[in-house]
Unconditional design. Sequence first.
Length: 92
Amino acid sequence: MSAPARTIVAFQAAIIAIENGYQVALMAPTEILAQQHYFSARQILEKAGYRIVLLTGRSNRIAKHAVRRHIAQGNAQLVIGTHALIQEGVEF
């Protein structure tokens, strides 16, 4: 299966989870890939009303704090990022 096809399958699985009341985390191995997934997800899913955020290690301190708050409050339905998703301070 090609990379774009795997991404679409991941987005479809995310939609199923979101529609059943869950938050979804999609972790990419690199920041570049996380950003690509984030931009693709926004292009495809935001039009349908899904709330998507990006969290990476390089995000500035203020942006990280805001994203973590959205995640903890349940405002972010799809969280895309790198290993930063499993760092201390991130609460799903």
